[in-house]
Each structure stands twice: as C-alpha cells, then as structure tokens.
Design a protein around this ligand. Structure first.
Ligand code: FAD
Length: 315
C-alpha cells in the first residue's frame, strides 16, 4: 500500500521509522531483532536508507591506495524482508549519487517485481566518486530529475522506447529541510526546489530532522504559500549520546537548541538517553497536537530510545 494511502486512510496519527542496512559483511541477526522490535509498534511503513559507493584511502604494503567502496549495500534485500516477512510496507531510498539512470531503472524494476510500490527519491551527497558515463549512460543531477524519471516510469515511459511497456505505480517521496539544505543560498530558494520536486511527481515530503518545532511550522507555512499541497511528514531524531551534540549539527546541518544542549552537556552519560527521549516526546506530541499527519523517526540501528518514547506519546 502507498504511503499516501496510509495517510489518507488513517483514523489517527501514524508513526513510521527509518533504518539503515548493515555494514558490508555484517550479519542479519541484529537487523532482524530491530525490525521484530519495531514491528510491535505496527508502523504503516519503514524506510530503508541507500548508500552510494565512496572513495576511501587505505594504507597498503604498496603505500596509500585510493579505493572505491560501497560500505552499506543491501537496501533491496532489507526491503524485501520487511515487505514480505513482516508484511510492513518498505520504502527504499533511491539515490542520484553513485548510480546511473540505467541502474536506477533496473533497481525500480526489481522493486516492482517484489511488490514494493513506495520510494523516497534523494540526491545523496558527493562521495568523491561518480559512475563513468560511457556507452550513452546518463545520471540524475538533482532529486527532482530522479523524481521525474520515476514519474515517467509511472506513465510507462522507460529510458528506451519499449513496445507495450507496463507503467509502474510508485508513490514517490522527496526530502525537505526545515532549516534549509546546507547548499541552498536561503530557505526561500530551497523551498522552490521542493516545489520542483512536487511538480516533477513527488506525492509527499519527509523532512530532515530538527530539534525546534518552530522550524517545521515555518517550513510548512512557506511550502503552502509556494503552492505545495502534498503531505509534509516531520522527521524526528532522538538524541541519545553526548557526542550527538557535535555529530548531528556537523552531519545534518541542524541546530540543537541551547536548553537541550545545556541539559545534555551537564548530565551524566547514563542519563542522556532519557533527556533525548523526553525532548523528542514533547516535540512529537506538539507536532501531532497541531495536526501533523504522522511522525517519522530516524531510528537507524537501535530501538531502545523509541521503545521508551512511544508508550509516553498520546496518540
Ligand atoms: P536535492 O533536492 O537535489 O537538493 C540538493 C541541493 O541542490 C539543495 O541545496 C537544493 O536547494 C539544490 N537544488 C535542487 N534542485 C536544484 C536545481 N534544479 N537547481 C539548482 N539547485 C537545486 N542520503 C543518502 O545518501 N542516503 C539516504 O538514504 C538518505 N536519506 C535521506 C532521507 C531524508 C528524509 C533526508 C531529508 C535526507 C536523506 N539523505 C540521504 C541525505 C541527502 O542525500 C542529502 O541531504 C543531500 O545533500 C540532498 O538530497 P536532496 O534529495 O534533498 O537533494
């Protein structure tokens, strides 16, 4: 079932999750335990991130060598597992970065055959490596180009002219940034790129994490003023470690409010998770009380914090 159908048919707010595939060579047990645990909360859908190949430098007996590595493959397999073993709709992330449009088309065909009809279309970040474009291969530059490719497939238009090609039927999500994307000159310009995504075929938007709800409310207001009418789902991350005070702003370019940062830095290490849970609970409650259709939690690899938060949320 499509994410947009879940949103339309729900008789209360929805809670969804986002997880990452294991590192290359990692076993599946940890992931199975995580999905099993998350499935108790009956999420309508679970997102699985996608990871492009990247350039790494390794010391070898012959000196430092530049290598191309894809650290977390497995998005497709994890999606198949979630969809078919647990009966939960899987939302694989599909990237521009690191893939040609031809590979993307192949990936989407695999998804169709697995009965997966949701995707989140994302540009990805520059990993230092781009697929060579020989033999007429092409790549998508921005998420809106990728969304247009998927929407084209939904109309039965594949990259080459195919006789009687079967139209796909993907529900397409795109990303939004309440504090603006770090490369955008300003929030207004970034919101116009969200409009471009919707005009290209995005059916809904999921936001980057934020720790201050005012950012989300202002973002939604500006999107509506720009004529963006699709559902906008807030993305929430539970801060669980002191090191998050450094790594979250650096990686995700979002601000941690002074009150939260002060409380976490003064707390004992073992109390940080509870502080993060209470902050995220209050944020989620306020979002739902103000009519957010759903809250999407960035779980990544551990369900401990979400298991503590959800029983305290009035749904
Ligand atoms: P885009 O929408 O293409 O935007 C990128 C930048 O280009 C923005 O600054 C935008 O304003 C600008 N821009 C867009 N279109 C144009 C245009 N036509 N002309 C000029 N400028 C333009 N990363 C992963 O590697 N794997 C994941 O699974 C993943 N999942 C994510 C899920 C969510 C919900 C979010 C919010 C992010 C996720 N990311 C993921 C991170 C994402 O890849 C980065 O934030 C990336 O830098 C931008 O992706 P985007 O799809 O927003 O890009």
């Amino acid at each position: 079932m499509k994410v947009t159908d879940h949103l339309e048919q729900a008789d209360g707010p929805l809670i969804s999750f986002e997880i990452i595939p294991p590192l290359r060579g990692g076993d599946l047990h940890g992931l199975l335990d995580l999905i099993e645990d998350l499935s108790r909360h009956e999420p309508p859908f679970i997102d699985i991130t996608s990871h492009a190949a990247e350039v790494v430098y390794e010391e070898t007996p012959d000196g430092i060598q530049r290598k191309i590595k894809r650290k977390r493959p497995g998005t497709l397999g994890v999606c198949a597992l979630i969809q078919n073993k647990y009966g939960i709709d899987a939302v694989p992330h599909v990237l521009c970065q690191g893939f040609t449009r031809q590979e993307t088309e192949d990936f989407l065909i695999e998804l169709r055959y697995l009965g997966i009809d949701n995707v989140l279309a994302i540009r990805g970040d520059d990993s230092g490596y781009q697929k060579p474009l020989d033999h007429g291969r092409t790549r998508n530059r921005y998420a809106s180009d990728l969304i247009a490719q998927i929407a084209d497939m939904n109309r039965g238009n594949y990259l080459e002219d195919l006789l009687d090609a079967d139209p796909a039927n993907f529900c397409i999500g795109g990303a939004g940034y309440p504090e603006k994307h770090f490369e955008a000159p300003n929030l207004g310009a970034d919101i116009r790129t969200v409009k471009q995504k919707v005009d290209s075929g995005a059916d809904y938007v999921v936001t980057q994490m934020f720790f201050e709800n005012q950012h989300f409310h202002r973002f939604v207001e500006l999107c509506r003023a720009e004529g963006i009418e699709v559902p906008i789902i807030p993305g929430i991350k539970i801060l669980t470690k002191k090191s998050h005070l450094r790594t979250i702003p650096r990686t995700f370019h979002c601000e941690i409010p002074t009150a939260l940062a002060d409380e976490v830095s003064q707390a004992r290490k073992e109390d940080v998770l509870d502080i993060g849970v209470e902050w995220a609970r209050a944020q989620s409650q306020e979002l739902l009380d103000r009519g957010a259709p759903s809250v999407h939690f960035y779980i990544m690899q551990s369900s401990k914090a979400i298991n503590s938060l959800l029983p305290k949320l009035k749904l």
